[in-house]
Design a protein around this ligand. Structure first.
Ligand code: FES
Length: 124
């Protein structure tokens, strides 16, 4: 049986203001995209799906932060999200939130454990 734990990136390679993406299979067996960022020293991970429309925030290039580096940006229609909470603070989905994904550090890696991840919403 395959371990549900995914090693996303070595913790030392995720710099402040950096991001890394990963793919996981949710409780319904569907492939989902996630991303992890380091902001003010803390790791945060979210489903890479905008609350406005079921689209990835980035253009597949792993670029999630604004130029100022203080907020996460959906590049489709400009929604802005707090990196610490995933809450939208401006844009078409104001007040909605990105889906938080559970990540942890283990043996120097930032890991995602699908076995503790709640089912993800139907994105269709
Ligand atoms: S899809 Fe993200 S702001 Fe529209």
């Amino acid at each position: 049986m395959t371990s549900p734990v995914i090693r996303i990136v070595a913790a030392g390679e995720l710099a402040e203001g950096g991001a890394a993406t990963f793919v996981f299979r949710d409780a319904n067996g569907l492939l989902r995209d996630g991303f992890v960022v380091r902001f003010r020293g803390v790791i945060h991970a979210y489903l890479n799906c905008c609350p406005h429309q079921p689209l990835s925030l980035d253009y597949g290039d792993g670029d999630f932060f604004t130029r100022e580096g203080d907020l996460l940006l959906c590049r489709n229609h400009g929604a802005l999200f707090e990196p610490e909470t995933g809450q939208c603070v401006a844009g078409p989905c104001y007040g909605a939130s990105l889906r938080v994904l559970p990540v942890h550090e283990e043996d120097g890696w930032i890991c995602f454990d699908a076995s503790v991840c709640p089912p993800q919403p139907d994105l269709e």
